[in-house]
Design a protein around this ligand. Structure first.
Ligand code: ZN
Length: 249
């Protein structure tokens, strides 16, 4: 998909809006933990001898390259950490960008997450992609070949992304201790069960992303989180995907 926008015109239109937005109200944190616990002398993220499952909503956000940070925010600019995410070393930056899609539809105030990456990427929920007018496919982070692009606008300039707009596939971060506990390994699929008054949801196809430095945490998007009213959830559990019935049904 190609975005046909007059960049100079778009920049003129939205630069002041961005300044206004950045000095005004702030976005909710992209990570909304349901269950929490203090880390002890146990495997990373464990509490009282077992994994401590968190389910967090990843609100729409983007990842940027160093080069794009400088174009959008000015020469010599770097991402400024604002809030640490639950996963060590990752943060929501102070900076936000405006996203412009086809037919000049826009999303203001899209949070930048750090650190920077080798390729810029915009992660949207389905509802976001509908309002922006971009048919974003479900992809795992980093797998952006052949995905649609968009225009990012910052206070110092704009960037045309030829690809990188995705709906991030639901996934669970975990370390090797967590993986052993659940009997799964990197790349497996799990099932997330969320009990919530009048709107419990079972999510299949939750991809295991194993990393020694990770803490057990599911990432779902705002649509998925809203569907089960995650903030009011009474119970969250995760398990390996149930095996298909031996009878073939
Ligand atoms: Zn994640």
């Amino acid at each position: 998909m190609s975005t046909t926008v007059d960049r100079a015109q778009i920049e003129a239109l939205v630069r002041s809006a961005i300044r206004q937005a950045q000095s005004g109200s702030s976005q909710p944190s992209p990570s909304a933990p349901v269950l929490s616990g203090a880390p002890g002398g146990e495997p990373l993220g464990w509490v009282n001898g077992k994994p401590n499952l968190r389910v967090s909503i990843s609100a729409r956000h983007c990842h940027l390259t160093d080069e794009h940070v400088e174009i959008l925010f000015g020469r010599g600019s770097v991402l400024e950490p604002d809030k640490d995410l639950y996963q060590d070393g990752f943060y929501a930056a102070k900076q936000t960008v405006m996203v412009v899609g086809p037919r000049r539809r826009m999303l203001p105030n899209v949070r930048v997450l750090g650190p920077t990456r080798p390729a810029s990427q915009l992660e949207l929920a389905f509802t976001d992609s509908i309002s922006l007018g971009i048919d974003a496919p479900v992809r795992h982070s980093g797998k952006i070949e052949g995905t649609p692009g968009c225009v990012l606008v910052g206070p110092a300039g704009s960037v045309q992304l030829d690809q990188g707009v995705i709906r991030a596939a639901r996934h669970v971060h975990m370390n090797d201790h967590d993986a052993a506990f659940y009997g799964v390994s990197n790349g497996d699929m799990m099932q997330l069960v969320i009990k919530s008054k009048d709107c419990s949801v079972i999510f299949d196809d939750v991809l295991v992303r194993e990393d020694k430095a990770a803490k057990l945490e599911v990432h779902i998007d705002t649509d998925e989180g809203n569907a089960c009213n995650l903030d009011a959830a009474t119970e969250v559990t995760i398990q390996p995907m149930p095996k298909p019935c031996a009878c073939g049904h």
